[in-house]
Structure formats: structure tokens, C-alpha cells
Ligand binder design. Structure first.
Ligand SMILES: NC(=O)c1ccc[n+]([C@@H]2O[C@H](COP(=O)([O-])OP(=O)(O)OC[C@H]3O[C@@H](n4cnc5c(N)ncnc54)[C@H](OP(=O)(O)O)[C@@H]3O)[C@@H](O)[C@H]2O)c1
Length: 270
């Protein structure tokens, strides 16, 4: 191989591409140092062409050469992948797993106790570079490992380091969260349509309002309750709507939604 491999991938699917696209924005990024193992030849060819990375169908080749590897195969493919690559993974390799529900203990068992491990729970918004990733290092991962992983993932959105016991909650809130917010958007757009707005305008109004509210809250750091009271002036339109929301089961329903998702995450992780 011409250039030294710096970053590897097991699996080059949707999430792997999101991470790659983020890494590609970093100043010191050189695509010829990226080596991706992908089973689907057309997919490998697509990413080679789009990013200038190197690919292989053989995950063992990546395990043998890359010091940092993102494990981005589907959870049900972990066992088969691990059987291939385990003999080549040593303490010099850092594996960053994004496989949903696969605990550090499971990963250690599958990949060997030598390899340094970091578990990450990302979300789909990573593909729009607005992802939310929770990071949990295994005991044998170093602070420098965590900094390196965070640097890459911060280029794809935001990161937070959390203990693994929080991962079912993270899975519910930010992992499944995009579907919950999309459901809210759908409800807002439907409500707008019911008031006579054209469907495409209703969707735009709902979506831009969701995006703009999040952007404003992030920028201002405003206290949420103070923000709501500030918008909802007494006797005004927002207050009339908020009265309906506050009198409903909305908060309970959201809490129950997250609890169901977290419980399911715990079940799947067993
Ligand atoms: N999508 C999300 O919103 C999301 C959120 C959080 C976490 N995650 C996690 O992210 C991971 C990746 O998800 P994804 O949506 O990116 O999946 P994906 O698009 O299906 O990509 C996985 C790719 O890996 C390939 N692959 C499987 N085994 C391989 C092996 N041994 N060697 C080389 N390539 C292999 C697959 O090929 P084949 O199709 O031929 O098997 C597929 O192209 C999953 O573990 C998931 O739990 C996803």
C-alpha cells in the first residue's frame, strides 16, 4: 500500500458514509489514508469514486492495517465480522463501535480483550452533519483515544461522553429521537393543513420552525420555561395554544414514548 492507513471501517453503509463525510471536512484529512471494508462491490466503488478512499471486500485487511477502525456493520452481522477479524486485533487497534445495542462487554467478548474499545450511539442526523453521538470508552481506552474519536464525530454534529448505563436512555432520546421529532413535525404540518395551508407550505412552515427554534435555543442558551413564557404573552395566540398543550397529556405521552424505547433497547441488548 502506498500511503499509511490511519482510519478504517468495517462496513461502508449509510452511517459509515456520514462519519467519513464529516472526517473529510477536517483540515488534516487525507482520503488515501482511509481503508474501508465493504461486502457490496457497487457500494465500495461508489465511495472510492466519491471520496477517493481505498476499499476492500476483506475486513481482515482493514483489521491488519488500520490503527483506528469504525465498526459500522448492522448489529446482527457483528458475530460473523468478529469471527473474521478477531485474530488480527491487538492492543494497538482502537475499535469504535456504532452498532446499536452492542455493549462493551459483548464487543470485548467478540473482538478480544486486547483491543481498545469505544462504544458510540450515533443518530441519523449525522448524515446532515447535525448528529448527536454519545461516547463511552472501555476501561482500556485512553483519554487520547476519546479525544480522537470526539474530534472526528464533532465534525458530524455534537458529542457527549456518558457512562454505559445511560445508553438505553440515549438510544431512546437521541437515537430514536429523529423519528419522534419527525412525528411532531407531521402533526404540526397536518394541523396547518387543517387550517387551510397547502401541504408543501405546511411542511416547510413546520420544519423551518423546528429548525429555527432549535438554532435559537442553542445560540441563546435560553431557559426553556422562560422562553415559552416569553413567547406566550398573556391573552395572545401562543398562550391560547399553550393552554391546550398544558391541559393535555403531552408531557406524559412523551415520557412514556421514551420509556418504551429505552425498555426495548434494554431488551435488545440482552
Ligand atoms: N441508521 C441509524 O439511524 C443508526 C443509528 C444508530 C446506530 N446505528 C448503527 O450503525 C450501524 C450501521 O448502520 P447502517 O444503517 O449504516 O447500516 P448499513 O447501511 O446496512 O451498512 C452496513 C454495511 O456493512 C456491510 N457489511 C456487513 N458485514 C460486513 C463484513 N463482514 N465486512 C464488510 N462489510 C460488511 C453491509 O453489507 P451487506 O448489506 O451485504 O450486509 C452494509 O453495506 C448499525 O450497527 C446500526 O445499529 C444506525
Amino acid at each position: 500500500m502506498k500511503t499509511k492507513v490511519k482510519m478504517g471501517f468495517f462496513g461502508a453503509g449509510k452511517m459509515a458514509e456520514g462519519i467519513l463525510a464529516a472526517a473529510a471536512q477536517l483540515k488534516d484529512f487525507d482520503p488515501s489514508t482511509v481503508f474501508m471494508a465493504e461486502k457490496v462491490p457497487a457500494r465500495a466503488a461508489e465511495l472510492e469514486k466519491k471520496y477517493g478512499v481505498r476499499t476492500t471486500h476483506d475486513a481482515r485487511a482493514v483489521a491488519q492495517t488500520a490503527p483506528l477502525i469504525f465498526l459500522a456493520v448492522r448489529p446482527q452481522d457483528l458475530a460473523a465480522l468478529a469471527a473474521e477479524v478477531k485474530p488480527f486485533l491487538t492492543a494497538r487497534t482502537l475499535v469504535v463501535s456504532i452498532a446499536a445495542g452492542k455493549s462493551l462487554a459483548t464487543l470485548k467478548k467478540a473482538l478480544g480483550k486486547e483491543v481498545r474499545l469505544v462504544r458510540v450511539m450515533p443518530n441519523l442526523a449525522l448524515r446532515a452533519k447535525e448528529g448527536m453521538c454519545a461516547i463511552c470508552p472501555a476501561k482500556n481506552a485512553t483519554p487520547a483515544d476519546v479525544r480522537k474519536v470526539a474530534k472526528i464525530l464533532n465534525a458530524a454534529g455534537r458529542t457527549v461522553v456518558l457512562p454505559e448505563r445511560n445508553f438505553d436512555a440515549v438510544t431512546a432520546l437521541s437515537g430514536s429521537g429523529p423519528a419522534f421529532f419527525a412525528y411532531m413535525e407531521q402533526a404540526m404540518a397536518a394541523g396547518g393543513e387543517a387550517l387551510g395551508l397547502p401541504a408543501d407550505a405546511a411542511r416547510l412552515l413546520a420544519e423551518q420552525t423546528m429548525l429555527g427554534t432549535a438554532a435559537y435555543l442553542r445560540q441563546s442558551g435560553a431557559d426553556l420555561e422562560a422562553f415559552i413564557s416569553g413567547v406566550a404573552t398573556p391573552g395572545g395566540t401562543t398562550a391560547a395554544g399553550m393552554d391546550v398543550m398544558r391541559a393535555s397529556d403531552f408531557t406524559t405521552i412523551v415520557a412514556r414514548t421514551l420509556k418504551a424505547a429505552a425498555d426495548r433497547s434494554a431488551e435488545l441488548g440482552k
